[in-house]
Design a protein around this ligand. Structure first.
Ligand code: T3D
Length: 276
């Protein structure tokens, strides 16, 4: 069938949103620019993540269309102009809220890095809870190639994940890291053959969506806080979060299922008195 002229004129969605049973798949969709971010993509992703915060969604899968995952900021939007741009304003308006949204979302975010992840694109992947990468994918802190510093949490995530020595060299040299190395260094959870990446990532998202969502949210809160906490503060936080987890229906179900020697059926519903 040939497309109608209306189809031809319809702008392409910068983000594809596919709703599955209990989870959502978000695909960055500017493949001609390796899914680099412009303001439309930022807006669409922010809206989709806000929608994913609702109770119906219990896990999120983030990936990219075409041969890349994301090449960070769309540099075409930065060429020209009369004076120097205020890149701090761009981080404040778009990239920082995006990283905060991913980290604060009270459900697991899986990232399937299907190809090159560069600049902010690499660090947005690292902000996700579980990162899978296709074997052909590469991670590049490309900022130094254009005179910038790693952003979107790069200087926070990298040293914590792979140590200061590797973090500094990767950032200063803008050296590409392949998926196998990323796995061996502890940058990602799993490297998967290219052809199997999306099946594996979708199965993982569906699996997570059937787990105790409130418990996973509390777990995420604990991990998010641990980088800045002393052991004492973290022990106190674990006490408080465990108290909340112990009040969830999924905890009751988990214990009951264990005693009855059957598989648990978790609903992901909040505990008594609202949010766990
Ligand atoms: O500005 C602010 O708001 C501050 C925030 C900054 C955050 C950042 O992310 S700064 C870093 C920006 N990103 C980069 O510097 C990466 C630029 N891209 C590359 O270095 C390379 O494209 C890659 C290493 C990612 C991949 O290389 P390769 O050889 O596989 O692909 P390619 O041929 O370079 O790219 C394919 C196409 O995508 C090409 O377009 P064409 O020639 O086919 O029409 C290329 O121009 C386009 N593309 C790739 N990255 C970007 C891009 N277009 C615009 N912006 C990009 N970031």
């Amino acid at each position: 069938m040939t497309p109608s002229s209306a189809d031809a004129e319809r702008p392409v969605d910068p983000l594809l949103v596919t709703r599955h049973d209990g989870w959502v798949e978000l695909t960055l969709n500017r493949p001609g620019r390796l899914n680099a971010f412009n303001e439309d993509l930022h807006r669409a992703l922010a809206d989709a993540l806000d929608e994913a915060a609702g109770e119906a969604c219990r896990a999120v899968l983030l990936t990219g269309a075409g041969r890349g995952f994301c090449a960070g900021q769309d540099l075409a939007a930065r060429a020209g102009g009369s004076g120097p741009p205020d890149l701090g304003a761009s981080l404040e308006a778009h990239y920082n809220p995006l990283v905060r949204r991913i980290r604060a979302l009270r459900k697991p975010v899986v990232c399937a890095v299907n190809g090159v992840a560069a600049g902010a694109g690499a660090n947005i992947a690292l902000a996700c809870d579980i990162v899978l990468a296709a074997r052909s994918a590469t991670f590049i802190q490309s900022f130094a190639r254009i005179g910038l510093v790693p952003d979107s949490g790069g200087t926070f995530f990298l040293p914590r994940l792979i140590g200061d020595a590797r973090a500094r060299a990767l950032a200063m040299l803008a050296a590409p890291v392949d998926a196998e190395t990323a796995l061996n260094w502890g940058l990602i959870w799993e490297a998967v053959d290219d052809a199997g990446l999306m099946d594996r990532a979708r199965a993982l998202a569906a699996d997570l969506a059937a787990r105790p969502t409130q418990g996973l949210a509390l777990m995420k809160e604990a991990f998010n806080a641990s980088a800045a906490n002393s052991l004492d503060a973290q022990l106190d936080l674990e006490r408080d979060l465990q108290r909340a987890a112990g009040r969830t229906p999924d905890y009751r179900e988990g214990v009951r299922a264990f005693i009855e020697k059957r598989a648990p059926c978790f609903t992901g519903r909040p505990g008594d008195g609202g949010t766990a």
